[in-house]
Design a binder for this molecule. Structure first.
Ligand code: F6P
Length: 332
């Protein structure tokens, strides 16, 4: 039988996401409950390089389950991508006696964890990102909170768009992934939803949809766009502001832009995020404490499970085109 870890370090990496704290709490309490020593690494992989490591006790994770952000801070590290950076990180873990590492983050963070796994470290990855863009998992911690935040904001914008008979263009997060736009757009009855996974035709997908719904009596319009569509090469508009100006000019309907930005990343996690994070944090500690490392946690068929790290990272992400098609038929 494989030997379980005796000292488990945990870090958060990449963009923060509501529910990361709940995952850290569950991992720490799950690990301590199995007799492991638990260490918190501050500021992600950069903190490992810089030796920012602290002991975590039962009470270290009190009063965090309901808080957004991450109590361990987060960072994106260029140095960690280099072999020298990774050596420093492994040396830090060894100095503190850590024989396993839990990484809460997105795809890029898991690739870093895989590099460490290939050099002998036992790792478990917990998917935490508001984008819900990790191919191997149906769900990532933070997505539900972010989508609900976007919905709340868009509902507010609808009130004023309705009063002034305007078009509200709302840019949501998602550099490469349209999931937040799709979910929030469906939930708010957006006239147009623009995502990086689908090439869009401004005349057909925006102007014609506005004109058609207007001919059916609609007087205010919501356009939800992922930030990613403005960053693609060859994109007709380089910003949501620019698209708004074009809509005002071409349709005669005054348009206003709101970029939701980082407001989507903060806030108290929803029940779904707290519960999924708790299940994942607990499972991560259990796997490592029982000698089953090198796993990435995922939600599959609605259940939390664990996958081999190499297999998990070779999965290909699929956008839900069916759901997108439905949104097009409903928002009239
Ligand atoms: O990965 C999550 C995310 O919020 C993306 O949706 C967004 O494009 C990016 O992070 C923004 O990152 P930063 O924190 O660097 O502004």
């Amino acid at each position: 039988m494989k030997q379980g870890a005796s000292t488990i370090a945990i870090l958060s990496s990449g963009g923060d996401a509501p529910g990361m704290n709940a995952a850290i709490r569950a991992a720490v309490r799950g690990g301590l409950g199995r007799g492991c020593r638990m260490l918190g690494v501050l500021r992600g992989y950069q903190g490992l390089i810089d030796d920012e490591v602290e002991e975590l006790e039962l009470r270290s994770v009190s009063d965090v389950i309901h808080r957004g952000g991450t109590m361990l801070y987060t960072a994106r590290s260029d140095e960690f991508v280099t072999p020298a950076g990774q050596k420093k990180a492994l040396d830090t873990l060894a100095r503190h006696g850590a024989d396993a590492l839990i990484v809460v983050g997105g795809d890029g963070s898991f690739r870093g964890a895989l590099d460490l796994a290939r050099q002998g470290m036992q790792i478990v990855g917990i998917p935490g990102t508001i984008d819900n863009d990790i191919a191997c998992s149906e769900y990532t911690i933070g997505y539900d909170t972010a989508v609900n935040t976007a919905i709340e904001m868009i509902d507010r914008l609808r009130d004023t768009a309705q009063s002034h008979e305007r078009c509200s263009v709302i840019e949501v997060m998602g550099r490469h992934c349209g999931n937040i736009a799709l979910s929030a757009g469906i939930a708010t009855g957006a006239t147009a939803i623009l995502v990086p996974e689908i090439d869009f035709d401004y005349e057909k997908d925006v102007l014609e949809r506005i004109a058609f719904t207007r001919s059916k009596g609609k007087r205010h319009f919501i356009v939800v766009a992922s930030e990613g569509i403005f960053k693609q090469s060859g994109s007709r508009f380089s910003s949501s502001e620019e698209m708004s100006a074009a809509i005002s000019q071409d349709s005669g309907i005054p348009a206003r832009t709101t970029v939701l930005g980082h407001v989507q990343r903060g806030g108290s996690p929803t029940g779904r995020d707290r519960i999924t994070a708790s299940e994942m944090g607990y499972l991560a500690a259990e796997l490592l404490a029982t000698g089953r490392g090198n796993r990435i946690l995922a939600v599959r068929a609605g259940r939390v499970c664990d996958l081999d790290v190499e297999e998990a990272l070779s999965a290909v992400r699929h956008f839900d085109f069916e759901l997108y098609r439905m949104s097009q038929e409903l928002s009239l």
